[in-house]
Design a protein around this ligand. Structure first.
Ligand code: NAD
Length: 511
């Protein structure tokens, strides 16, 4: 997947007023050693340059990791409740900055303001939640099998954490990684997606202003190859936390493997909403529309498949298509707009490619959409119609592969058992949902759908920060972000035994 917006058509709107952003290393904003930069353009109007960013390389990564390694010596010794006080301040500050940060996020990646406000809100929620963990991070004490012996388990930080993030949740996802890492006592180097470095720069500024000591958080911008890989490969980096495509996640995993470096991988999804014949159809319809076209379908948890019982298939499909066609597409800064553009030209082309695959190779029925939008001002952005395929067989490529755009496949099934089988019959395992009034079916689905997240009578999107987030199969490598589970990613357990008997006691050995 291309990581930079296409520059070919983009000559005009860079002016002397265009802000230039630097890397954030050791508490200072510094230019890259390469002396090169890249442009960050607005996907709703690519004539606008939102900012100019550093095109960094391994030398900048080295500086940032060294700064983080230095800062770790002190930060790990700051009491966790004191670290947490800073996180609390970050939450407060983000509330004051929420509107500006959200407006800038819409300008850099296109999703509508309501959603970018929600994105920033997630970072606020995560700051407060992890601030609370400063006074928890509970371990266990447990009786010993021997006399006069005490034992407990404690969490210990790991050191410098490398973080590589995608563009679809530009501040929420960095916060899911940064906040638990900080409260556990680690230091950080983050490489944001090249489409959304501004949101992470805004986050760095807030962290800095709230009193995070120099070197504890660092940001280096640039490509996956030139910044991401050196970050993963750096000896001082003890853990890599990655969110992005399964393809790149596999690379991250293979780079970490030889040295047994920890990696936490949050990857792709192909999420399904099941609609049973006894469902509240209006509710199911609202859920499938929000899940399918929210964030222009560019959510890892997007409802890209709707599995519908044949008895209500026609009724549901007619209503779904009618509503999908009415979705207002445009610049997300306009409060009346319901769906923004694709994040960049590469993503738009992927969507166009899958529309062709759906029609020609798969032979699915295109029920609405299918075209790029170029009327009026939309021609300056990467807009695509909300697109719906009907009579989709669950083995078709459009029903199996992650498209990451406003394309939804409607799949008819005859029974509840078939719905579960189709839901599970993909490589990914992030999120799924069921709409039904039958409590037995709801509980059976809760048990039998093999995903990391499951909803009943709600869409496949809408996770909250205090429960574990992540997926099974090709979506993840067994870790979870958010909730207390995130602490397990960013700390290691240490079991401590204290023998106060004054003699050598031997566990498991008979005298
Ligand atoms: P991507 O994999 O293209 O890029 C993710 C990050 O990896 C970017 O910062 C990119 O620059 C970097 N990168 C690329 N190549 C690299 C390399 N060789 N070495 C190191 N870093 C490299 O993904 P994207 O297009 O930014 O985001 C979309 C994908 O992210 C989708 O597949 C989506 O499902 C997934 N996603 C998953 C979750 C989740 O929690 N499971 C959440 C959001 C997005």
């Amino acid at each position: 997947m291309p990581v930079a917006k296409t520059k070919a058509k983009t000559q005009s709107a860079k002016s002397s007023k265009t802000p230039v952003y630097k890397n954030f290393i050791g508490g200072k904003w510094v230019a890259s050693k390469t002396g090169e930069t890249f442009e960050n353009r607005n996907p709703a109007d690519w004539r606008e340059v939102v900012g100019v960013f550093q095109k960094s390389d391994a030398r900048d990564v080295d500086d940032a990791v060294n700064a983080a390694a230095d800062a770790y010596k002190e930060w790990r010794l700051v009491p966790a409740p004191k670290r947490a006080e800073i996180l609390y301040k970050v939450g407060e500050r983000l509330i004051h900055e929420r509107e500006r940060i959200s407006q800038e996020m819409t300008r850099e990646m296109g999703k509508i303001l309501k959603e970018t406000r929600g994105d920033t809100q997630e970072a606020i929620d995560m700051s407060y939640y992890m601030a609370g963990e400063g006074r928890r991070q509970f371990g266990h004490t447990t009786p010993s099998e021997l006399k006069n012996k005490f034992q407990m388990s404690v969490r210990q930080p790991m050191g410098v954490c490398g973080m590589i993030t995608p563009w679809n949740f530009p501040i929420a996802i960095p916060s899911w990684k940064i906040m638990p890492a900080l409260v556990c006592g680690n230091t950080i180097v983050i490489k944001p997606a090249t489409d959304t470095p501004l949101s992470v720069a805004n986050f760095m500024k807030v962290l800095d202003e709230c009193g995070i000591p120099p070197g504890v958080v660092n940001m280096v911008t640039g490509s996956g190859r030139n910044v991401g890989e050196p970050l993963i490969n750096h000896n001082e980096v003890k853990l890599v936390s990655f969110t992005g495509s399964t393809e790149v996640g596999r690379t991250v995993s293979s780079l970490c493997g030889p040295s047994f470096k920890h990696s936490c991988l949050e990857m792709g999804g192909k999420n399904a909403q099941i609609v049973m014949d006894d469902a509240d159809l209006d509710l199911a319809l609202e859920g499938a529309l929000w899940g399918g076209f929210g964030t222009t379908g560019q959510r890892c948890t997007a409802t890209s498949r709707v599995i519908i019982h044949k008895k209500i298939y026609k009724k549901f499909v007619d209503a779904y298509v009618e509503r999908a066609q009415k979705i207002k597409v445009g610049n997300g800064l306009n409060e009346k707009i319901e769906m923004g553009p694709a994040v960049n030209e590469g993503q738009l082309k992927t969507v166009e490619e899958y529309v062709k695959i759906g029609q020609k190779d798969d032979g699915a029925k295109l029920l609405c959409g299918g075209n790029r939008l170029e009327r009026g001002d939309l021609k300056h952005g990467w807009f695509h119609e909300p697109t719906v395929f009907g009579d989709v067989h669950h083995k078709m490529r459009i029903a199996q592969e992650e498209i990451f755009g406003p394309v939804v496949s409607l799949i008819p099934v005859s029974t509840f058992e078939e719905a579960i089988e189709v839901c599970n019959g993909i490589a990914y395992g992030l999120s799924a949902s069921i709409y039904t009034r039958d409590v037995n079916k709801a509980f059976t689905a809760m048990r039998d759908v093999y995903t990391g997240i499951f909803y009943v009578n709600a869409p496949t999107i809408g996770a909250e920060v205090h429960l574990p987030f992540g997926g099974t199969k090709a979506t993840g490598n067994g870790h979870r972000e958010a909730g207390q589970a995130a602490l397990d990613v960013f700390s290691e357990w240490k079991a401590i035994y204290v023998d106060f008997s004054g003699s050598l006691q031997k566990a498991q050995i008979e005298d």
